[in-house]
Write a protein that binds this ligand. Structure first.
Ligand SMILES: [Zn+2]
Ligand SMILES: [Zn+2]
Length: 104
């Protein structure tokens, strides 16, 4: 991932993976921070495996306020490990959202 502002590499601060119980649809909630300009980004990646002929990834990036980014990342970090799709913790039941302006 590259920063849409300065083109530097984005570091993944936290990725929370979730899945629907009854459908092969994966949704990742992603907290990114630019290694160049330090801008925090938040993104939602939806991978729909119900249609094997469609490999299009739905990946939308947002620009949350920095304190919103920090607060939601801390909430999501309460799940250990956050990469476990079938986890039943409150973070996975209701993932924290950090929407903001359009980033990509
Ligand atoms: Zn940047
Ligand atoms: Zn969890």
């Amino acid at each position: 991932m590259k920063c849409p502002d300065c083109g530097e590499h984005l570091d993944a601060a936290l990725i929370l993976e979730t899945t629907d119980d009854d459908r092969p649809v994966y949704t990742d909630y992603q907290w990114w921070r630019c290694s160049g300009c330090s801008t925090p980004f938040w993104a939602v990646l939806v991978e729909d495996k119900t249609n094997i002929f469609n490999d299009d990834l739905d990946h939308r990036g947002y620009r949350p306020e920095p304190d919103q980014w920090e607060r939601t990342r801390a909430l999501a970090a309460a799940c250990r490990p956050p990469r476990q799709k079938r986890c039943t913790c409150t973070v996975h039941q209701s993932p924290p959202k950090a929407y903001g302006g359009h980033a990509w």
